[in-house]
Design a protein around this ligand. Structure first.
Ligand SMILES: *Cc1c(COP(=O)(O)O)cnc(C)c1O
Length: 454
């Protein structure tokens, strides 16, 4: 693609000369250069060439209230003037972090009243690993160390986050997972359900948790960690039988349950947390992304009272980050939560936006390339297939990548996970913008089908 704006080339040159990008194909990036995003408003982005793009991914799942909210800018600048930085180490604290902890506790499930702040979701899951092991050690069971996670789960990109996650491509690089983390099957019926019905498969996948607990030994297991809905794995909505059965298993064994709410938290499912939607009653919840609508980095872990009571008797917890509870991030988070609450955004997702998005998305099921459309709240997935009945793929053709490129070129950001197209638009997307998203998606499915040879 040739550039209209000479600045584009300048920035692409800087990219190739000086920047190492996260999660990018380096060979491709070197040849082609990145698309340069220069501004945003509402649900739209603009690139340096002046193209307007509907952001069907809310950035990376995070821009819940949409771009361009002046209130968050004001909150950040006011806090920068008052107290731009101080830490929460060594018996100090500051008002924004404490006010935000209270605001989060007010929204969290019953009995979860404390927050440990971090700079990101990955740091949140590192904190989870440290915290759950510390908890069991204090309870006199230091051998309870193993954390059970799921294949194709995503829990971040630090060493603990990537280890807890079940992404083979991430494990290959850097000799992961670290010891003490084991993985079980994911509840991904479309790709892995075989001849089972979704309900049968959901029970089977939940039973893998019990099998693993028995294999490792209950006395060695600290926790099970899972996203209520796997996001980066491909917006995998578990079969209806999955979570009820997992809850049954968890009730039989003395292990902690960690819900990674980094995507599901703060309204994405039409409830404050995915754990509310599925009634999961976790012991810990990892949060980030929607907490600040991505305007500034922040994450954390919400911890159940019972766990807090134990660690409160344990003296030092030797863990924390320079930017834990950063005052500017906390001020932005507080204002973001105020907007989500006062503008009834989560209620509106549940009552209006999500039902409309889900209804419109499912219309794509009549497309010859589409084997399944699934979704919940403001999350959606479209499975690209060769044969609808057998759920077989256009093997080795890169259908997802082809579709993603057509989307980009036609003013829509949809992400591809293999041959699964996924969306997670800002929670504030209007019906007219949903119409635009769905019609652009259909156009790009047509173009993809054509490129694959019909
Ligand atoms: C994005 C994500 C993380 C990691 O958060 P970062 O802020 O990128 O470190 C962890 N868990 C889930 C479920 C995520 O989607």
């Amino acid at each position: 693609m040739s550039n209209n704006n000479p600045q584009t080339q300048h920035w692409q040159d800087l990219s190739s000369a000086h920047h190492l990008a996260p999660f990018s194909d380096y060979t491709q990036l070197k040849n082609k250069g990145p698309r340069i995003i220069t501004k945003a408003d509402g649900v739209y982005l603009w690139d340096s060439e002046g193209h307007k793009i509907l952001d069907g991914m809310a950035g990376l799942w995070c821009v819940a209230i949409g771009y361009g909210r002046e209130e968050l800018v004001q909150a950040a600048s006011a806090q920068m003037r008052e107290l731009p930085y101080y830490n929460l180490f060594f018996q100090t604290a500051h008002p924004p972090a404490l006010e935000l902890a209270k605001a989060i506790a007010d929204l969290a499930p019953e009995g979860m009243n404390h927050v440990f702040f971090t700079g990101s979701g990955s740091e949140g899951n590192d904190t989870v690993l440290r915290l759950v092991r510390h908890y069991w050690a204090l309870k006199g069971k230091p051998e309870k160390k193993v954390i059970i996670s799921r294949v194709n789960g995503y829990h971040g990109s630090t060493v603990a986050g990537a280890s807890l996650g079940g992404m083979p491509g991430m494990h290959e690089q850097g000799d992961l997972p670290i010891p003490g983390i084991v993985h079980i099957a994911q509840p991904y019926w479309f790709d892995e359900g075989g001849d089972m019905s979704p309900d049968e498969f959901g029970v089977w996948a939940a039973e893998q948790l019990e099998n693993k607990i028995l294999e490792v030994g209950e006395d060695n297991v600290a926790a099970f960690i899972a996203e209520p809905i796997q996001g980066a794995g491909g917006v995998i909505i578990p079969p209806d039988t999955y979570w009820p059965k997992v809850k049954e298993v968890l009730a039989r064994y003395d292990i902690l349950f960690v819900a990674d709410e980094v995507i599901c938290g703060f309204g994405r499912t039409g409830h404050w947390f995915g754990s509310d939607y599925y009634d999961l009653a976790p012991d810990l919840m990892t949060i980030a992304k929607g907490l600040t609508s991505g305007y500034i980095p922040m994450g954390g872990v919400i911890v159940r009272d019972e766990v807090v009571n134990v660690i409160n008797q344990g003296g030092d917890f030797n863990h924390g980050f320079t930017y834990s509870g950063h005052p500017v991030a906390a001020a932005v988070g507080l204002e973001n939560l105020r907007i989500l609450r006062d503008e009834h955004i989560v209620d509106n997702v549940r009552a209006e936006a999500a039902p409309y998005l889900q209804k419109r998305l499912r219309e794509l099921l009549d497309h010859p390339l589409v084997g399944e459309v699934r979704g919940l709240g403001m999350l959606g997935a479209i499975e690209l297939v060769k044969d609808k009945a057998t759920r077989s793929r256009h093997e080795g053709r890169g259908a997802g990548m082809i579709c993603r490129q057509f989307c980009f070129d036609n003013g829509l950001i949809m992400r591809a996970v293999g041959d699964t197209m996924i969306i997670a638009p800002p929670l504030v997307i209007s019906h007219a913008e949903i119409d635009e998203l769905v019609s652009k998606a259909r156009l790009c499915l047509d173009l993809t089908l054509e490129a694959l040879g019909g």
